[in-house]
Design a binder for this molecule. Structure first.
Ligand SMILES: Cc1ncc(C[n+]2csc(CCOP(=O)(O)OP(=O)(O)O)c2C)c(N)n1
Ligand SMILES: [Mg+2]
Length: 355
């Protein structure tokens, strides 16, 4: 089948599948069908709840002045990280941006090590030398958060090329924002991935703003996903408040990449609950914008309502996850605060890679 037709068919099929999911998961009829097991559903909820609790606690702790550097919170966007990462294994690589905590947690990076890293402590996953914007854990396939907007895309193209040359069926996923979607590095990586038929997935998390600039002002087309056509790859736009929609679309794109059919672009539409960075006064947002979205669209709220009303999970099971996550976050903050700082001599280690 010619490539353009194959791409178009994939996009149409994905859209149809998503329409089906939305119809089946409407709250009005309380019906829902999913092929996910109880264990997988609980894991998805646990990932989303951990990200939310981690970020909400950081919001409080950052205000005390104890955390060095900048912090960009991911709260509100949890369904994207959880929905994509549910399909990945440790040997699959991801690269993130400055808003990377959620991607790290969903990829399985240790929460204690992350909290210590953000506090700049020696026990952090990068020895306290990276901080919030440079958390990386190669054993988990987390190539790194990244302070340079759009810079994860070429890294992921490289990881996908490595997987292809080694003959594994690993895939590589990059997360970038609506702002990042305008970067030349992202276009170059998408072009390379298409030319070389690399197992790459480009996930554009469109939260409506790049710093204070609204995406409907800065992005020249209606949907970031539409840009995929320019690279001959499929693109789809997904409701990022809906874990199941993200899970389905990401699953199709990842399966496509794993089976050697090449890259895809998945645009996930969502919002961030906090400012661009901690301390942002957000004067560019309508007063009730976040409040309304939290009350009507929140991904955790929707997940709980749908799974309990459909009899897939019980309130008690979900409450138990909430309690476990609360303990984990409490413990991680307590430990991070009392852990030792790196010493001056630590500056001389981790400079070069040891082969
Ligand atoms: C190459 C580059 N240009 C500009 C910046 C400054 N900057 C940091 S974050 C950001 C906005 C990114 O917005 P988006 O990609 O939509 O991600 P979001 O913050 O919304 O998650 C900008 C312009 C940067 N860090 N790197
Ligand atoms: Mg954005």
């Amino acid at each position: 089948m010619p490539r353009a037709i194959a791409c178009w068919r994939w996009a149409v099929n994905t859209r149809n599948t998503l329409r089906t999911i939305r119809a089946e998961t409407t709250l009005e009829n309380n019906k829902m069908s999913t092929h996910l097991s109880t264990e997988q559903l609980l894991h998805a909820y646990q990932v989303m709840r951990t990200i939310r609790a981690f970020e909400e606690r950081l919001h409080v702790e950052f205000a005390t002045g104890e955390i060095p550097g900048f912090v960009h919170l991911y709260a509100g966007e949890e369904a994207s990280a959880a929905g994509v990462m549910a399909h990945l294994r440790d040997s699959d690589c991801i690269a993130s941006n400055h808003r990377g905590h959620g991607h790290c947690i969903a990829k399985g990076v240790d929460v204690h090590g992350m909290m210590a890293e953000i506090y700049g402590k020696k026990t952090g996953v990068c020895g306290g030398k990276g901080g919030s914007m440079h958390i990386a854990d190669l054993e988990k396939g987390m190539l790194g958060a990244n302070g340079i907007v759009g810079a994860g895309a070429p890294l992921v193209a490289g990881a996908a090329l490595a997987a292809k040359l080694k003959g594994t069926d690993d895939v590589a996923v990059v997360f970038f924002g609506d702002g990042g979607s305008n970067e030349g590095a992202v276009f170059e990586a998408m072009n390379l991935a298409a030319i070389m038929n690399l197992p790459c997935i480009f996930v554009a998390e469109n939260n409506g703003y790049a710093e204070a600039t609204a995406s409907n002002w800065s992005v020249a087309c209606d949907h970031i996903a539409d840009r995929a056509a320019g690279f001959g790859m499929p693109g789809v736009t997904i409701d990022g408040y809906d874990f199941f929609a993200v899970h389905e679309a990401a699953g199709a794109a990842i399966e496509r990449a794993r089976s050697g059919q090449g890259p895809s672009l998945v645009e996930v539409k969502l919002t961030r609950y906090y400012g661009h960075f901690e301390g942002d006064a957000q004067t560019y947002r309508a007063p009730d914008e976040v409040k309304n979205l939290r009350e009507t669209r929140d991904c955790l709220m929707q997940f709980r309502q749908r799974t309990t009303r459909a009899g897939l999970l019980s309130e008690a099971q979900l409450d138990q996850v909430d309690a476990q996550v609360e303990d984990l976050i409490e413990d991680s903050v307590r430990r991070a605060k009392s852990d030792p700082k790196p010493q001056p001599a630590d500056l001389l280690s981790d400079v070069y890679v040891s082969y």
